[in-house]
Ligand binder design. Structure first.
Ligand SMILES: [Zn+2]
Length: 88
């Protein structure tokens, strides 16, 4: 889901959940929950860990795609009470 152009090996066999690291949410004994992550191949995972803000942006975009996929396939859902009204 990270799909970094020129980096991604496209090999589903190497896909892992790449967790976001973020001050206030992760670190010091706090592991990111599994919603704060993107599925990525080993090459994309490595890119995100070693390319500063570019890697971070790629991870965040991958996280958005991963969450969209999980929602679309019903693997996660937003409870009706929590849905935000789009009318206003
Ligand atoms: Zn990849």
């Amino acid at each position: 889901m990270i799909r970094m152009p020129g980096v991604c090996n496209g090999d589903a066999e190497t896909t892992v959940l790449c967790h976001l690291r973020m001050v206030g949410l992760t670190g010091m004994g706090m592991k990111a929950n599994d919603l704060l992550g993107a599925w990525g191949c080993s090459s994309c995972h490595s890119y995100c860990d070693t390319h500063g803000m570019d890697g971070r942006t790629a991870l965040l975009e991958g996280m958005a795609r991963t969450q969209a996929y999980l929602l679309n396939t019903g693997l996660i859902e937003v409870s009706s009470e929590a849905e935000i009204s789009h009318d206003s």
